[in-house]
Design a binder for this molecule. Structure first.
Ligand SMILES: Cc1cc2nc3c(=O)[nH]c(=O)nc-3n(C[C@H](O)[C@H](O)[C@H](O)COP(=O)(O)O)c2cc1C
Length: 340
């Protein structure tokens, strides 16, 4: 099976396994809405600045695809929507360009559709640093995500078996002239790995936590059910953010974000931005470009309303909001933190 076939299957299975009602750890965290917040709803407070570009909101379209004709079309639609709504967008892994340089077009389309927007490139940790730099230049990317996905590789019969990644990741970081974000793909980040990254001078982490798209389930569904028992593996987005507190690292939240309230909870836990992958892809699938455009505009409005309701007048105020966890979840978190 070629990498391109595999990506096609990922798209199909992510769709088949999508469950918008699935409960996750965001449901075990509760924000308190003050009865008298003394705030007002202001859409402008959602704005954030990245690389001297002003964006309309702190949430973005997370890394998904590229590499074949179907994903080129998906990237085209997503990039148009990102441009119209003025939110950032990350592209799927471009590491396949090492073997198939002719597929660059399926990624470049995103820059063509959104010349002035914020665009993040994405590679795997084994990528040739020179290719990573060429990719960043070709896309005029504003940042580069390096994704780490050990459980997914393990479950794939054709996956990597060598996870000595840091040396090449450091070389990639040295080769590129944009900020690097180390990103998980739905298994989250443990404290030890965060500290390892910090010791190697990484600053930005996209926690990519458990709770949404599940690549163990996707790979098992592809026919090799040998690792069915690993479906619950990983740390959730909330667990990862809590483990990241006081590390001095900067966080982006993603994994299992289903609605604006999940964004607010992520921001309350200190995330600077929030990525949404499959939920947006599903809307694009079922309702087309206009449907996703409407959803994002609606989320912006709701986000501004929720921020006022929870007593904040600036995005950064959200970290001061009152919240609590379900008792059993609080215990889990305390246990995790104690071991950190
Ligand atoms: C179809 C599909 C393809 C993906 N491909 C990539 C990828 O190439 N690189 C990457 O870092 N993450 C990839 N992801 C993972 C997402 O960026 C994200 O971390 C994960 O899906 C969890 O977010 P979600 O619950 O909002 O879907 C992919 C996700 C989906 C659904």
């Amino acid at each position: 099976m070629t990498i391109s076939d595999r990506k096609q299957e990922h798209l199909k299975l992510a769709h088949q396994l999508f469950d918008p009602k699935k409960r996750n750890d965001f449901d075990r965290m509760h924000l308190v809405a003050p009865a008298l917040p003394e705030t007002y709803v202001d859409q402008n407070i959602l704005q954030v600045e990245i690389n001297h570009k002003r964006l309309a909101a702190p949430f973005f379209i997370e890394a998904m695809t590229g590499g074949n004709k179907q994903s080129q079309e998906i990237n085209r639609h997503l990039a148009r929507i990102a441009a119209k709504t003025n939110i950032a967008m990350a592209l799927g892994s471009a590491s396949l360009l090492e073997k198939h340089p002719e597929r660059l077009e399926s990624f470049l389309v995103a820059r063509q559709e959104n010349p002035d927007g914020v665009l993040l490139a994405n590679v795997n940790p084994n990528t040739n640093p020179e290719l990573a730099q060429k990719l960043v230049t070709a896309l005029n990317a504003d940042a580069l995500q390096i994704h780490v996905n050990v459980p997914q590789e393990i479950v794939m019969p054709e996956g990597d078996r060598d996870f000595l990644w840091l040396k090449n990741m450091d070389a990639i970081r040295q080769a590129v002239n944009v900020p690097v974000i180390v990103k998980a793909v739905g298994f989250g980040f443990d404290h030890q790995s965060l500290m390892r990254l910090k010791a190697h001078h990484y600053e930005w982490i996209d926690v990519g936590g458990r709770g949404g798209t599940n690549f163990v389930a996707i790979e098992n569904q592809r026919g090799h059910h040998s690792y069915d028992y690993l479906q619950d593996l990983g740390l959730s987005t909330i667990q990862s953010l809590v483990l990241g507190e006081n590390t001095g690292l900067q966080f982006i939240a993603s994994g299992g974000v289903r609605q604006p309230l999940d964004i607010i909870k992520s921001l309350a836990l200190g995330a600077h931005g929030v990525g949404i992958a499959n939920t947006f892809l599903e809307t694009l699938r079922s309702q087309g470009e206009e449907g996703l455009f409407n959803q994002i505009q609606n989320w912006k409005q709701q986000l501004a309303s929720l921020i006022a309701m929870f007593g904040a007048q600036r995005l950064s105020d959200l970290t001061k909001s009152t919240f609590y966890f379900d008792a059993d979840f609080e215990q889990e978190l305390m246990h995790l933190k104690k071991q950190a």
